[in-house]
Design a protein around this ligand. Structure first.
Ligand code: FNR
Length: 387
């Protein structure tokens, strides 16, 4: 009943920002801030948006734009939009079954979905329930065998690509989480119990059905049952020694396409490509890791130049409008990835919310292309940018 109400209300959201506010109304502060927040002073988080706002488009007029084609190629395969879903962990905290909801929304639209190793849905469950273009994202833990085992499971389940996230040698300092007692290990403090109680639509399913589990991590910490307890074990066990040598070993074992995520330097991108990766994801982790890092959009052109067409260059960070996708493509990206945009949607209203987020971005993309005088994705290039 509550779910249906959320789903109906969500059709009245006309922008990702409105979905964000709807998620904020439904979620306890600690959970909303976990999703919404960034590291330290959140300068890089704001910088991702500021970069999109700084760039201006130079539209072409008097072009017949009565028919627009948004189909494109991402990582060598057709996608209906130049958009892919970025990996996000712990989504079940925001909406039970949220990972599957986003994966289904992506499959319905014919765009790739990346499953985080820290998701609240198992590799095989996503493959079964949301068959589409699936990419698996791995973090490296001190228990390297656990990550390698998951990569093998992703291969067996038919995942198309492997993403290795390289920008988390240690966790970023996310002060909103500390302030909200969301710091791991998860603690039930008076403050967050009050916070949870203030959002019954979120709290009641958690109370009756239990806190979700990071299904890909079970077995990692035998005594850790909740997502939070497992997450804390991941935070403690993150492998700060991950380096190019390890990446090469993974490359040698993974038969499919491989991408490195968290690249901001041209020389790192060149190295990943030289090592045999088919793609790089220009990303600062949505401003959640190194505060002070360059915005993804500003880092993009130099990386595109360095890669020189030898591999796919994707980007993420701050994409909230269809015009942002056009700007990312005009700066040379093959596709834009989205993290929070679909998270806000799913946390506001489950699968219809995730679908709504994608619908908003897709409608805005088509309108932006029409207003810019471009009919096909391949026509979006640097000449659309005002310098
Ligand atoms: C993330 N991100 C992320 N990245 C990753 O490689 N593995 C992960 O498990 C997660 N988890 C995660 C959780 C949450 C709540 C957020 C918001 C982000 C980063 C994500 O893939 C992506 O880089 C950013 O979200 C992109 O920025 P926008 O689109 O959120 O602005």
């Amino acid at each position: 009943m509550l779910v249906r109400m959320h789903a109906r209300g969500i059709m009245k959201a006309f922008s990702i920002e409105e979905l964000r506010r709807a998620a904020q109304r439904r979620l306890p502060r600690a959970v909303f801030d976990f999703i919404d927040g960034g590291a330290e002073d959140e300068g890089t988080l704001r910088g991702n948006r500021a970069a999109f706002e700084r760039i201006r488009l130079l539209p072409r007029v008097l072009v017949d734009v009565s028919s627009i084609d948004t189909e494109t190629s991402i990582l060598g395969k057709t996608a209906r939009l130049p958009i892919a879903i970025a990996p996000t962990g712990a989504v079940g905290f925001g909406w039970r079954g949220g990972d599957i909801a986003i994966a289904k929304a992506a499959a319905a639209l014919g765009i790739p979905y990346s499953l985080s190793m820290l998701a609240t849905a198992a590799i095989e469950r996503i493959a079964r329930e949301a068959p589409g273009r699936l990419w698996f994202q791995a973090y490296f833990l001190k228990q390297r065998d656990h990550t390698l085992g998951l990569i093998e499971r992703a291969r067996a389940a038919g995942y198309e690509a492997l993403i290795v996230t390289a920008d988390v040698p240690v966790g970023g300092k996310r002060e909103r989480d500390y302030r909200n007692d969301f710091a791991l290990p998860f603690r039930y403090t008076a403050r967050n119990l009050l916070d949870f109680a203030s959002r019954p639509a979120w709290a009641l399913p958690m109370l009756f059905k239990g806190i979700p589990v990071m299904e890909n991590l079970t077995g990692l910490a035998a005594d850790a049952e909740s997502a939070a307890a497992l997450a804390s074990s991941v935070a403690r066990n993150n492998d700060a020694a991950l380096d190019w040598e390890v990446l090469k070993q993974v490359r040698d074992r993974w038969p499919g396409k491989m991408l490195v995520k968290g690249i901001l330097r041209a020389d790192d991108a060149e190295r990943a490509v030289a090592l045999g990766c088919e793609g790089v994801i220009v990303s600062n982790h949505g401003g959640r890791q190194l505060d002070g890092a360059v915005s993804s959009l500003d880092a993009l052109p130099a990386i595109v130049r360095a890669v020189g067409g030898k591999a796919s260059v994707l980007m993420d960070g701050g994409v909230r409008r269809g015009s942002d996708v056009v700007k990312a493509l005009a700066c040379g990206a093959e596709a834009a990835m989205i993290g929070r945009a679909t998270l806000y949607g799913v946390c506001a209203a489950g699968q219809p919310g995730a679908q709504r987020a994608l619908e908003i971005l897709s409608d805005e993309l088509v309108r932006c292309m029409q207003l810019c005088g471009v009919r096909r994705i391949g026509d979006i290039g640097p000449e659309l940018l005002f310098r």
